[in-house]
Each structure stands twice: as C-alpha cells, then as structure tokens.
Design a protein around this ligand. Structure first.
Ligand SMILES: Cc1cc2nc3c(=O)[nH]c(=O)nc-3n(C[C@H](O)[C@H](O)[C@H](O)COP(=O)(O)OP(=O)(O)OC[C@H]3O[C@@H](n4cnc5c(N)ncnc54)[C@H](O)[C@@H]3O)c2cc1C
Length: 484
C-alpha cells in the first residue's frame, strides 16, 4: 500500500489532496517567494486523525510539514524547493471552539481556528483575546503559537507566548501530549508548553490550545501623530507611558515612505495626516471605563508633546469609523508592500531606547552597500520591534545583478547592527527557511546545542519540518538528507 492510500484509508479520500492543481495553494508562500512540492496535503478533522497521520508518515519515513493559514513571512509553511517532498498536514478543518470560561478568562480552541474567529468569540463573551496582527483574517492559532506571533498588542499584553495557558500536541512519534491546563499558576516542574511555542513545527503538531483572555476594553481613544524623527516618537512614548500606564495599548510607527506606498497601492485607505511629515505614529489608549476620560488624557499628552516640540501635528479619531480607518492604514502595510515592489523585510528587535540609533545605523549600513536605496520602516515601537525594509521597485530588482546575494548582504548588514545593539534578527516572524543562516551566525553554540539536543530527543529521525529553524549543520540527520 502506498502512503497516499494509507492516508486515504485513515482520513477518507476527500481529506487527502494529491493532484498537482489541488496542491497549488498549499505549496507556495504568501509573498510568492518560496515554492516546493508535497507528497500530498492532508486535512485531518481531529487530534486522533493527526496522530494517525503522523504514525503513517513515520512508518514511511516521509517528512511532515504542519501548516496553518500559510501566512508565514519567512517561508516556514511551504516545502523547500529541494529535498524530499513532505506530507503537508493542514489544520484548517480543526476549527472548533471547544469551550469558553469567562470566569477563568480562558478559551479552549482547536489549532485551525482563524485568529479573527477567536477574537470574535471572546468579544461575544465580553472578553479580549489580545493577539492582533495584519493577517488575523487568515492566520490560525496553531500557526500563531508555532511562530510565537507578535503583532500590535505586545506592548500591553505580550506576545503569543504570554497568552497561552495550555497546549495539546501530537508528538513526532504519534503520541498525544494533553497539556490543556487552564491555570495561571502551575509549578510542577518544567513548563513544557514553552518548548512548542516558537518551535515552528519542528517538534510536533499543535492540535489545540487554551488561551488567556482579558476583560474586553469598551472605551478607546486613538490618535495619529506626525513627528520629525524616531527620537521624537520615543519621547512621546515616554509621555504616554507616564500619563496612561496600562491604558497605553498600542504604539506603532511608520515612516512617510511606507505611508505613501499604502495610499498609492491600497485603494480606499485615507491618510490621517499628510505624508509630508517624515514619521507617523498611531497610538491607542483603551480600558473598560469612560471614553471621555481617555480622550481627555489623549489630548493632554498630545498638547504637552506639541509644547515640548515632539509632535508636529496630530489628529484624534472622534468616531469608531475614524479609529478603524487609522488602523486599516497600519494593517495594510504588508499587502501594500507586496504590490509596490520587493521589500527586503527584516524583523529586528532592539531595546526600545535604542530604536532611533538602530534606524540611523542600519540606514548607513545599507547605503554602504547600495547608495541611496529607498528604505521604509514599520515599527512596533512600543516593544522595540522594527521592520526595517530596504525597498526595490520590481524593475530595479529584476535589473540587479546577483540579486539574491545582494539581498542577503543587505539583510545581514541590518541584522548585524541590531546584534551590536543587543538585539535579535527575528522578533516575531520566526526563522523558517529564510533565517537559518543567521541562526548559525548569531546564536551561541550553547543555545544551538541545547536546541539540537531537544530536537534529537523528540524527533530523532528529523522528520518534522527538516531544514527549518535550525541551521543544516546542526539539525538532526534526516534519513533522506546529507548534512552540509
Ligand atoms: C499581511 C500579514 C501581516 C502579518 N503581520 C504579522 C505581525 O504583525 N506579527 C507577526 O508576528 N506575524 C505577522 N505576520 C506573519 C504570520 O501571519 C504569522 O507568522 C502567523 O503567526 C502565522 O500563522 P499561520 O497560521 O499562517 O501559520 P503558517 O504560515 O501556516 O505556519 C507558520 C509556521 O508554523 C508552523 N505551524 C503552523 N501550524 C502549526 C501547528 N498547528 N502545529 C505546529 N506547527 C505549526 C508551520 O510549519 C510553519 O513553520 C503577517 C503575515 C501577513 C501575511
């Protein structure tokens, strides 16, 4: 019996896609930069089915690639161009909300639940699931956990890791770890869920999770500021933190180049302020009390910022529609950039206080390689995460000799600057296929050695997402692959 027949017997024929046309949407990444081939795509409907699929793949010695919404920005969710074709285990049929416990502020969901669906279910119960990102209409909870996704709520609520209470995981030998705790306190040894958060499908398949909820904010104040520099934006962050404490929910910065791209390439988006300001900040305050009080404090801080010369111009949204329109501009950056050209997106995190220096030094480093190259910046400034994006138009990129090597050099130069400032080269997107080389350079041998030991312990045959996350020279040996 072939593996495909085996899988059809386990899941039913309609849950095993193997025709080339059926595979198309699963084997190419969101940006269209990575593509490979798969033995097949399976669509399990239950944890037992996932476990059965894993056991069948292990018996056949075929790699397993877990896949959620396929919105990875680092080629993490699609097969590699070379190497053995994996079975893609796509979780989209596992999208049940199993239970919601409002008194415990928790929700248990299957891994294939789309992030926006979870947010909506929580809101219907007067609760907030606080992870929010541009891809929330299509990315899945399992993918968010596997990549430890960040987004715009990290400043106040932390990243995905901070919002997980428990996990259910199918391990690489097909056994199921039932770790769906609903507890805020549990000191019974190692907290194993953290092994799988950020493991990018290399240690098993997350099939369900218990997520932390918060009281749903009902009062909001959102403003858009034009500022002269990242340093001025940082000064304003300090003023907001002092005046508003935990009410400060988001603090996002983009530069005028990024705003122009959104306005030009995303129909219907309106600029809250003219792009003539060099830098733009979206700031949100939220709590469960009085909207008037929040708006008053927003105006007070903006006035103080203007008096002290930090703010050039600001506008405060007065309706829900205006608030949504401001957020729509912010959430449109990835899509706008994809249409506008080739952005060499980096994903650095540095200490918040070092963001202005990072941007200045990274700009100089890139211009040493390609003088005058346009650069756009999108920063979750409140948490120190900067997407610093050297940007080529499509014709410029096509005309560039040796473009892949130049692209790598440019990104590495940016990552090097982040590293010297005590930062990291992957803040929220993960490693995927794109950054395994940087792992080899920037992670210490001790950290890489520990990761390899854990990988070998759980997945000795290296069948789970081989070639991802760990640099090839230190990943466990695959039966089908020579190590470089
Ligand atoms: C427009 C846009 C905006 C974005 N904005 C942000 C942002 O602000 N912040 C941010 O952090 N990211 C952002 N991203 C990146 C992406 O959305 C996140 O990485 C997201 O968490 C991926 O979820 P997914 O379900 O699409 O996972 P996929 O892309 O399908 O998979 C990502 C990785 O997780 C693994 N995986 C998926 N599901 C499972 C599972 N059930 N068990 C084990 N492993 C699994 C895959 O093998 C792969 O390695 C953005 C992407 C887009 C397209």
């Amino acid at each position: 019996m072939t593996l495909i027949e085996d899988l059809q017997g386990l899941l039913g024929a309609d849950a095993v896609l193997h025709d080339r046309r059926e595979l198309a949407g699963f084997v190419e990444d969101w940006r269209g930069r990575y593509a490979g081939t798969a033995a097949c795509v399976v669509l399990p409907s239950s944890t037992d089915q996932v476990a059965a699929v894993v056991r069948a793949c292990v018996r056949a010695g075929v790699p397993v690639l877990p896949q959620g919404g396929n919105t990875s920005l680092c080629g993490g969710a699609v097969p590699q161009a070379a190497g053995p074709a994996p079975v893609i285990v796509n979780l989209s049929r596992m999208r049940r909300i199993r239970s919601l416990d409002a008194a415990n502020n928790s929700i248990e969901v299957e891994a294939g639940c789309v992030l926006a669906t979870v947010q909506q279910a929580a809101a219907a119960a007067g609760r907030l699931y606080a992870v929010s990102l541009g891809a929330e209409g299509s990315c899945q909870i399992g993918g968010n956990i596997a990549t430890n996704a960040g987004g715009t709520g990290v400043l106040r609520y932390g990243n995905t890791r901070d919002n997980i209470l428990g996990l259910e995981v199918v391990l690489p030998d097909g056994t199921v770890w039932e770790g769906l705790y609903r507890l805020r306190k549990n000191n019974t040894g190692l907290d194993l869920k953290h092994l799988f958060i950020g493991s990018e499908g290399t240690l098993g398949i997350i099939t369900a999770a218990t997520l932390k909820l918060h009281p749903l904010p009902t009062a909001h104040a959102v403003a858009w500021m034009g500022v002269a520099s990242p340093a001025a934006a940082l000064e304003m962050l300090g003023l907001f933190q002092t005046a508003c404490g935990a009410q400060l929910s988001a603090y996002e910065m983009i530069d005028s180049g990024q705003l122009r791209i959104v306005l030009e390439h995303m129909p219907g988006r309106r600029a809250p302020l003219p792009p003539s300001h060099n830098w733009h900040v979206l700031v949100e305050l939220a709590d469960t009390r009085n909207e008037e009080a929040l708006t008053t404090v927003m105006h007070q801080v903006l006035e103080e910022g203007a008096e002290r010369g930090f703010v050039e111009e600001a506008v405060v949204a007065t309706t829900g529609a205006q608030r949504a329109a401001m957020w729509e501009v912010r959430h449109s950056v990835s899509e706008g950039n994809k249409k506008a050209g080739v952005g060499l997106t980096t994903d650095s995190a540095v200490p918040v206080s070092a963001v202005p220096e990072f941007i200045a030094r990274a700009t100089a480093a890139v211009h040493e390689i390609v003088p005058g190259l346009p650069i756009i910046v999108v920063a979750h400034l409140g948490d120190g995460n900067v997407h610093f994006i050297p940007f080529f138009s499509h014709p410029q990129w096509e005309a560039l000799p040796d473009r892949e090597a130049v692209g790598q050099r440019i990104k590495h130069a940016v990552n090097e600057v982040g590293h010297t400032l005590g930062g990291t080269f992957s803040a929220e997107h993960g490693i995927g296929q794109t950054l395994t080389g940087e792992m080899a350079i920037f992670k210490s041998p001790v950290e890489l050695g520990l990761m390899r030991s854990i990988k070998q312990l759980l997945d000795p045959a290296n069948l789970f997402n081989p070639g991802r996350l760990l640099p090839p020279s230190i990943a466990a040996a695959s039966p089908n692959q020579e190590l470089s």
